[in-house]
Design a binder for this molecule. Structure first.
Ligand code: IPE
Ligand code: IPE
Ligand code: MG
Length: 247
């Protein structure tokens, strides 16, 4: 791989993997073929992120709203995730990848949650890339659950409402311990967050790639990193890239 010299590598990259269906449609194939091709893009992206020196890679695998899709498509998506964990867990573990799951865990039926939790448990002491899988994830639901946890503590007298601050809310989200993503990539040309990491995205750089997810690869990943490196992140302050004229 061509080294991204002097580029600022984000610690945490989060990706909305979108466009599997349209990728398949364009080829006259069933949507499910797009989803399977998407898994290959996942494998390549995990490797590319590790090689680039990214420490956290979050992948939006299934949203809390994706249950609205036809049952057969939901089953396809769950089946692919199940197979991905079964087939790739050993190799990810060998490569020292730590898996972390975010999303609502209540009311999930079947073997998918135990499988995801097993992947988390098996890899919990790994120290290379942390692969965060957002499954049954919706940011508003995540924030509501965090609020409910804090409200319970207030009710029990363990916490004063006036002590609730930004850090405390962050620590009660599913992403507690995970730094906010500096970069969020969405493929397929759609330019929206679709209820992904709303709290954590406060100062994320957003990069929208027109290509569909099954075509995403190392080259496009590095391209997104280059776009990120060229951005001027100001956080409400003044630019650090151009010499500020003060006075
Ligand atoms: C992304 O591709 C996969 C998931 C949302 C799980 P889509 O299935 O959303 O593909 P499009 O957006 O319909 O093309
Ligand atoms: C977002 O994509 C969810 C995932 C990538 C898992 P969607 O395809 O579900 O988003 P919308 O419906 O176009 O906003
Ligand atoms: Mg989509």
């Amino acid at each position: 791989m061509a080294k991204l010299e002097l580029a600022i590598i984000p610690q945490h990259v989060a990706i909305i993997m979108d466009g599997n269906g349209r990728w398949a449609n364009k080829r006259g194939l069933p949507r499910t073929v797009g989803h399977s091709k998407g898994v290959e893009a996942v494998r390549e992206t995990v490797r590319a992120a590790g090689e680039a020196g990214v420490k956290y890679l979050t992948l939006f695998a299934f949203s809390s709203e994706n249950w609205r899709r036809p049952e057969s498509e939901v089953n396809d998506l769950l089946g692919l995730l199940r197979r991905f964990i079964r087939r790739d867990l050993a190799e990810l573990h060998r490569e020292n990848v730590r898996i972390k799951i975010i999303g609502e865990r209540e009311n999930l039926r079947g073997d998918i949650l135990p499988l995801l939790l097993e992947a988390e448990e098996t890899t919990k002491f790994n120290t290379a890339l942390t692969l965060v899988i957002a499954f049954n994830y919706g940011a508003r639901n995540e924030i509501a659950r965090a609020m409910a946890k804090l409200a319970t503590q207030v009710e029990q007298g363990a916490l004063k409402a006036s002590d609730i601050d930004v850090e405390m809310i962050s620590r009660n989200l599913d992403t507690a311990e995970i730094p906010d993503p500096e970069l969020i990539i969405r493929t397929s040309g759609e330019e929206r967050l679709s209820n992904f990491l709303l709290w954590q995205a406060a100062y994320s750089e957003l990069v929208f790639i027109p290509d569909y997810w099954p075509d995403f690869d190392r080259r496009l990943f590095n391209h997104a990193l280059e776009i990120f490196a060229s951005r001027d992140r100001r956080f409400g302050g003044l630019s650090t890239k151009t010499a500020a004229v003060v006075g």
